[in-house]
Design a protein. Structure first.
Length: 278
């Protein structure tokens, strides 16, 4: 039987064993906590009654098969798409009251790269939260935007049209825009999709530096072979929450097979074992 998709004002969490529980009060030091989040595209839920806690001072990966609800969960948490039910808290506050602490890097494929704007203009968009859309950027803020471009190796492209860049370069620019926001929580939707190896290394170096500065990073990720190298915490989803926890204990063969089912080939598991073991 399909789960009910009726909108609820006071959401509860339906566990897989049928028990109903109420979400615990989020802690102020938890960067992102979602409780009982359900999202539907039509009659069938894309995400159903998902609970997740993403820890501080960590890099967290959201993984699962295609169509499992990875990006949907991230967008629903942000409010980019509507939730049928559920609550989202950022550092203990409802997300609506804590947006200034969040930076978001969308999927590159979802962006209109033909829009006529320069690289530096894109990065400076990350600063308008501080001054308002009609405010003027100070010289200090403009210098900050250039510094963020430099951190991702794109300072020499500041005056280039964004549509003239390669896919990897565009992704670096959007990461620079996120850096300009000086957030505490960074949410990224498949940041490594379609980029070259050099760009992937540059991005992961920046993200690890953010972690070392006490920031929290949550990324939708699809390459299982790099999970152990890149991340500390993992959340596995296939419409429902399947498992979560530190990579050492949650990124296991058992959890992967439960999440991916027959779509996780034995040869791929062998590759993961060679890359560091599961």
């Amino acid at each position: 039987m399909e789960p009910s998709l009726t909108r609820k004002k006071q959401p509860t969490i339906a566990a897989q064993d049928g028990r109903v529980t109420h979400p615990a009060s989020p802690e102020a030091d938890v960067p992102l906590a979602v409780s009982g989040v359900t999202v539907s595209y039509g009659e069938k839920p894309a995400v159903f009654s998902v609970d997740a806690v993403f820890p501080a001072n960590a890099m967290s990966a959201i993984i699962g098969p295609n169509g499992a609800g990875k990006s949907t969960l991230l967008k629903a948490a942000l409010g980019v798409i509507p939730r049928l039910s559920g609550e989202v808290h950022v550092f203990g506050q409802p997300i609506e009251e804590a947006r200034e602490r969040i930076a978001y890097v969308p999927q590159r494929a979802s962006v209109d790269w033909d829009f006529p704007t320069t690289v530096i203009d894109v990065v400076q968009m990350g600063l308008y939260r501080k001054v308002g859309l009609l405010g003027r950027l100070s010289g200090h803020m403009k210098a900050r935007a250039l510094d963020c471009l430099d951190r991702v190796g794109m300072a020499d492209f500041a005056q280039r049209q964004i549509g003239q860049l390669s896919g990897g370069q565009q992704q670096r620019v959007f990461l620079a825009r996120a850096l300009a926001q000086d957030a505490d929580l960074y949410l990224l939707d498949e940041p490594f999709a379609g980029v070259d190896a050099a760009t992937e290394r540059a991005i992961i170096d920046v993200l690890k530096l953010l972690k070392s500065e006490g920031k929290a990073v949550v990324a939708v990720h699809h390459d299982l072979s790099t999970v152990r190298d890149y991340f500390d915490h993992v959340f596995l989803i296939n419409v429902r929450r399947m498992a979560e926890g530190p990579v050492e204990t949650a990124f296991t063969t058992e959890n992967l097979q439960a999440t991916y089912g027959g779509r996780l080939a034995a040869t791929h598991l062998d590759e993961l074992s060679m890359a560091g073991g599961v």
